[in-house]
Design a protein around this ligand. Sequence first.
Ligand SMILES: Cc1ncc(COP(=O)(O)O)c(C=O)c1O
Length: 482
Amino acid sequence: MANNRQFLYEDVAQSVTCMINDGTLSPGDKAPSLRMLGKQLNVSVATIMQAYEELEKNGLLKARPQSGFYVQASAPLPDSAPRWRSTQAAARKVQIGAHMNEVLASARVPGVLNLAIANPATELLPVKALNRSLKRVCSARATEALSYAPIEGMPELRSSIARRSIHLEHPVNPDSVLITTGATEALSLCLRAVAKAGDIIAVESPAYFGVLQMIESLGMLALEIDTDPVDGLRPDALETVVEREQIAAVVSVGTFNNPTGSVVPRAAREQIVTLLAEHNIPLIEDDIYGELYLGQQKPLPYKAFDKTGQVMTCSGFSKTIAPGYRVGWIVADRYLPELKDLKLISSSSTPTLTQMTMADFLADGRYDRHLTRLRRACREQLQVTRRAVQTHFPVGTRISEPTGGYVLWIQLPRGMDANQLYRDAIAENISITPGALFSSTGKFRNFLRLCAGQPFSDEIARGIQRLGQLAERQRTLKNPIQ
Ligand SMILES: Cc1ncc(COP(=O)(O)O)c(C=O)c1O
């Protein structure tokens, strides 16, 4: 095989490592049989065997005579992964809104290289197929498309969303789906359904800034819970907090976390859902990146372990089909009546035309075929962007290695200031998201998030190289003797 290409067995080993990292396979699970995986990946049994032997050497799989291969342990934390100290934060007001608006607005200025906003590039979206769906709806159901949709959403769209969980042990019932105007409205409705001003919301540390901004504007308090760079929200840290504090709700991006890329393993999810059920605390799950997995299958959502109706799962099509269509949803049970009431006063209903168009697009295999292409693009973009950062950023920079989604979490060497890097970069028309936006406590000052939603180009390559130079300049100014 060519020098710069991986061997086929290495690709297979990487896919299986992704399945272990993202919790599809847990310690003790039997790995897929050689024959089955060979068929799935369209490679020979000998190649799978070579991959499994490699994974055994690395301590991830163990062969059991007459039985097959079993998962040994989680993949070790890569040396290059970002790390952060545990916190014992107290609940506090959030004050990131103004800074966040400035960063987002500057990324949207024409001519600015946008590495800040987690958007898929338009060339990766199914523009033609979606336009065909739109035309079909406009010609066949024009009058209906002009009317208000039901508060809970168009029945055909709710059914299509529910059908996507048909393979789960407890598939979603279409009656549990409430269509929203993007995942943003979904998250906001969930927060307002279960909490009020002054209440404490437990969030991950770091947390998606959109949720922090909602907490800020709703006058709630954020309490940051420790996370692991690879395994996300830590059940032990959450347990300590729920036993000590009166928590109104927990918000978690359990799958391909924004910004860290972490995935909460299956066993930890079950533990978290059980813990919160015991304490009667609602869990607001943000699953917006769930479909963008690079392994073999989508990690199970928290909702799959929900026996009490405690979990509300928010998601949408903004990261996969069309951010501008503003179609999202909530899967909920217990809190559905409150959510519907709030939806009515929030926006009455989500636009009928975009709902009908999405439903038409989802009606056959087009979405899955599109997702296969999109995942391939994400994998490639993440790999090349990571490599560019590793090449150009100062020695000592750490970078996440996500198994899905398209954001990268970068840790600059100690003492460096990503807010300063943001200011230096935006002065040269390059936008990044400084890490401080992902915390209510001012943590993560030497972190930044880069989005790899655009196909890699010369312009992006130059932008990352320049970012590296600006970071290096800052490092030298801070440590002139080095
Ligand atoms: C974790 C997360 N949740 C929710 C959203 C908002 O999604 P939407 O555009 O559908 O409102 C985003 C967008 O960046 C996100 O990253």
